[in-house]
Design a protein around this ligand. Sequence first.
Ligand SMILES: Nc1nc2c(ncn2[C@@H]2O[C@H](COP(=O)(O)OP(=O)(O)OP(=O)(O)O)[C@@H](O)[C@H]2O)c(=O)[nH]1
Ligand SMILES: [Mg+2]
Length: 273
Amino acid sequence: MGSGETFLETQNRVLKERELKIRNALEKLRRKRALLRAQRRKCEFPIVSVMGYTNSGKTTLIKALTGEAGLQPRDQLFATLDITAHAGYLPSHMAVIYVDTIGFLTDLPHNLVESFSATLEEVAYSDLIVHVRDITHPETILQKATVLSVLRNLNLPSHLLDSIVEVHNKVDLTERYKPTEENALAVSALHGYGLEELKQEIEKKILTATGKKILTVNINLEGPQLSWLYKEATVQEVEVMPEDGRARVKVIISSSAFGRYKNLFPNSEIFIS
Ligand SMILES: Nc1nc2c(ncn2[C@@H]2O[C@H](COP(=O)(O)OP(=O)(O)OP(=O)(O)O)[C@@H](O)[C@H]2O)c(=O)[nH]1
Ligand SMILES: [Mg+2]
């Protein structure tokens, strides 16, 4: 201790510095939230908040789901200190925004708990929560309980709490892992295992949460249906049948647009998938 600082003083200073770093990040994050929300309203993409303990693999998972090379997972606590949004596609080509969040930590300095909760308010604006767990962590069960109890204290809409997708990550590190929880999905974000099943589950829940449907409609190519669908829904596939001047169109459509479609084109043939 040549500098004249006792061990305790050094430790205190290091902690203070770390706290300052976290505080700054949280402040930046709060400013960004408004921006994210505005962006979301503009493009109307469903939002998936990816939450969980620090080091559980949230950033790695988002990287794997979106193919975004710029994301930097790191083997350190609080690798992600800033909320970021990343676009990815679900199996039926629906685009969603994954929001990477600040990780939980059991011994978060007490005076930071409040700011941390404040940043979690953003979760209320998402359509779905994906809870990532590191199932190789010795305290994984306790961690799950903490995450759920924090989420329950946020006054989130009940459909958000009831639809949480639980991801058991890092299964590559254990042999033949099988989740005991019924609704959990086993994945390895690092090795890309289990991601197709996960995307399907996310898609199913997003459709429920947003009240959207995937439909195939049989339309007359000479009528106005196709351009109407392009404007009011998300057209995914158009299969033209040239001999009878018709097409099968696969769309993702909101319930309200679907209602209007049925009113406008009452004789249309509709298949609900
Ligand atoms: N073996 C293995 N390691 C993984 C897996 N997923 C993530 N990791 C590793 O776990 C560490 C943490 O990953 P991150 O994605 O940065 O974790 P995070 O949840 O974003 O952490 P914070 O940003 O600190 O909250 C990194 O070293 C990753 O390479 C996985 O499926 N298997
Ligand atoms: Mg991260």
